[in-house]
Design a protein around this ligand. Structure first.
Ligand code: UDX
Length: 443
């Protein structure tokens, strides 16, 4: 295969593929590499192996226009690459530490094959000081001209391509004006604030941002528990807090807590960095602990209304860790399923796109665990309904129909998508998360 390219992207998971397609959207010629041959073959056919709005049509357009190409072997291309984005996975080891073995292999390959000036850019979330270690590795090569930079991603799943093209900021951690120039040039056309800083600061910005956002979520969830004990309403508390511009209204939605491929993993890795450097990072431990307790609180709501859950049928809507994705990594749904099954409940599960992924972990076994394509069928004859993920589809459910289908009109709303007053007026036994003001009101 012959292909001239401006950018090489190593690792084609959600971050890498969106980065590759994003740079193609900006008019660059992009070579994407992943060691998984099957994935590469699918991408060559224009097929995206995960659900991410807008990526597949953009990929197909750029394939047609020869602006993007894929390979499973980086070696022949590395000598010709001026800039390489490292987007390989950085999962968590049992100790919480980030597992950098994929980054290590990339470093090895680049060391072996780089020719002339090569800029290696960290895009995957890595612990601070990873770049310094990479630099030391590259220095072992005689006459090397390999430079490292950090350009963290802040992509949200479900709107990743949009976030790539319309970022709140672009952070460039660089050691030289040459690296800055190359990276600025790649992002030309994007109007946003560029923060140019040293590499270590850029690495910390990523971990600190995610930890801070997760802290906001756990904070409001802590307050949710207080609201339930004091008959207050966490939605109004969050609104009142969010009106203060120093706090801001976003990421103050109480509920089942955070999941996904980033927050839990990044906080554990950040915790580990704190420990290694003997710093007091206890705050992060509380963030994770509060988040885990959300599952328990959700299950308790059912128990408080229905008593023993053994033999009860519960319909659970939403399995992905958040709407508009089929990603179930660290999804609260998985822990809810486990907890409810441990109590002997029978589960009817629905999700618009994530069922195939969940089925791999929890195979269907009627009558204990059944998957449904239609949410109303999942609800039929259930003793209670639980909302786990706030897909739009659920926010517009025909509520009188829902009530008529349920055996008992019990709704535990893990994402606070319904208006409590409406629910009570319709005759539901309704419980939101942190909506104490409505908890003891009778319908
Ligand atoms: C996040 C960051 O937003 C992104 O910048 C980073 O690059 C990767 O991690 P993502 O994991 O895709 O992105 O999801 P996000 O939309 O941020 O939501 C994270 C989790 O927090 C979800 O489980 C969501 O349900 C939960 N959440 C979010 C809340 O429980 N309450 C809120 O107020 C906001």
């Amino acid at each position: 295969m012959e292909f001239d390219f401006d950018v090489m992207v190593l690792g084609l998971g959600p971050v890498g593929l969106v980065t590759a397609v994003g740079f193609a959207e900006l008019g660059h010629r992009v070579l994407g590499v992943d060691i998984q041959v099957e994935k590469v073959n699918a991408l060559k056919q224009g097929k995206v192996p995960f659900y991410e709005p807008g990526v597949e049509p953009a990929l197909q357009k750029h394939l047609r226009e020869h602006r993007i190409a894929f390979d499973h072997d980086a070696a022949p291309w590395i000598p010709r690459a001026e800039v390489i984005f490292v987007c390989v996975g950085t999962p968590t080891k049992p100790s919480g530490e980030a597992d950098l073995s994929a980054v290590r292999s990339v470093v090895e390959e680049v060391r072996r094959h780089a020719h002339g000036y090569t800029l290696v850019v960290e895009k995957s979330t890595v612990p601070v000081l990873t770049a310094r270690w990479m630099e030391q590795e590259f220095q072992k090569v005689a006459d090397h001209d390999i430079e490292v930079a950090s350009n963290p991603e802040f992509l949200r799943e479900g709107s990743a391509l949009h976030d790539f093209l319309h970022p709140d900021r672009i952070v460039l951690g660089v050691r030289s004006s040459r690296a800055e120039h190359i990276l600025r040039n790649l992002y030309r056309g994007i109007e946003t604030e560029f923060l140019v800083t040293d590499i270590e600061t850029a690495e910390i910005i990523k971990h600190a941002s995610n930890a801070f956002l997760a802290m906001k979520i756990s904070f409001i969830n802590m307050i949710a528990d207080l609201c339930e004990k004091t008959d207050a309403d966490v939605v109004d508390v969050a609104r009142g807090m969010g009106l203060d511009p120093r706090i801001g209204p976003s990421f103050l939605r109480a509920g089942l807590g955070f999941g996904g491929s980033c927050f839990p993993k990044d906080i554990r890795a950040f915790q580990h960095i704190g420990q290694t450097l003997q710093l007091d990072f206890e705050l992060l431990t509380s963030i994770l602990r509060i988040n885990e307790q959300r599952i328990h609180r959700f299950v308790q709501h059912f128990e408080e209304v229905l008593g023993d859950l053994k033999g009860r049928t519960l319909a659970l809507l939403g399995l992905s860790f958040k709407p508009n994705t089929d990603d179930i990594r660290e999804a609260p749904s998985l822990k809810v399923i486990q907890a409810l099954r441990a109590r002997g409940a029978r589960l009817h599960l629905h999700d618009p796109v994530a069922i195939p992924n969940v089925q791999k972990l929890f195979p269907e076994s009627p009558p204990d665990l059944i998957y449904f394509e239609d949410p109303y069928e999942a609800i039929r004859d259930a003793d209670g309904l639980g909302i786990i993920t706030e897909w739009d589809l659920y926010q517009t459910l025909d509520l009188p129909r829902v009530k008529s289908l349920l055996k008992r009109p019990v709704v535990v709303d893990g994402r606070n998508i319904f208006d409590p007053e409406t629910m009570l007026n319709l005759g539901f036994v309704y419980r939101g998360m942190g909506r104490g003001r409505w908890l003891r009101k009778k319908s």
